[in-house]
Design a protein around this ligand. Sequence first.
Ligand code: NCD
Length: 329
Amino acid sequence: MTILWTRRHILSLADFTPEEYNAVLQTALSFREVLGRRTKKVPALQGQVVANLFFEPSTRTRNSFELAAKRLSADILNFAPGTSSLTKGETILDTAKTHLAMGTNMMVIRHQQAGVPLAIATELDRLGAKVSVLNAGDGQHEHPSQALLDLFTLCTLINSEEPRLEQLQGKKIAIVGDILHSRVARSNLWSLTAAAAEVHLAAPPSLLPQEFSFYGRERPGRLILHWELDPALENADFVMALRLQRERMTDHLLPSLREYHQRYGITHERLQQCQPGVKILHPGPVNRGVEISSELMDDPDFSLIAQQVTSGIAVRMALLYLIAGGEKA
Ligand code: NCD
């Protein structure tokens, strides 16, 4: 089956179509198969240059994109702001243009400020450069590759041979934690409501403003907000916990971590009200014993956290491959 793909940049999931979600799932499935072989490399992006421009700290996303690019045989440039010309006063746009002049074909960009990947993509388009920009997390805005790997993890759990967006229709998914500061939540809200899932958000009122109901407007799925945990967990098929992003909490938004864990922490006991076979997700990094109890986090019967990381490589291979103009994996 031929996959049609026309998008050059991946900056947001707000306007992703069901066909695009399914193209990513199907392509990632082929790459998961490649990663299971003895020789885990394909020549698909040989000669292409991928630049990892991470202006904000990252462990899994940066390494995952690096490994994905290497498995596709691309050449990869890594960039660390602290040891770069940014320290000499170079602007972010000039950093991007320098990478362009070196023949970079794809730029994977993470920045602490929302909109930076879009600004760079717009400027490179204006210059007529045929470069692709992939948003690897911008401020509190979006983190598309994380939501796509979450989608792949969920859909392959339902059908490991044929993951499709439609498989999440009517599934109850609880998203719990620091939703206010979470770009992961925002990207997931686009994908999960596109999948016609029933999404329940739960957090203390200071971390879940009413405005979030906006994401459910005129979408196939349902979006329901709760300021208590139990109604979100009741009969849930999946529970996604989010890290308390203390580095972004400028005001005192929470009483204490202990109290947060008592009211919103996910534990074995609390999961008893969910569907049998409920699974938990977390994008990482985890504050152990805060968002999820330490025992639950390490319980392979419930936790999909390691699968999310593994899925991330196949999904990012798929994204790099598709935006590079690949038609069939
Ligand atoms: C997240 C991020 O950086 O947005 N982590 C990730 O990419 N896996 C979530 C977080 O920082 O809490």
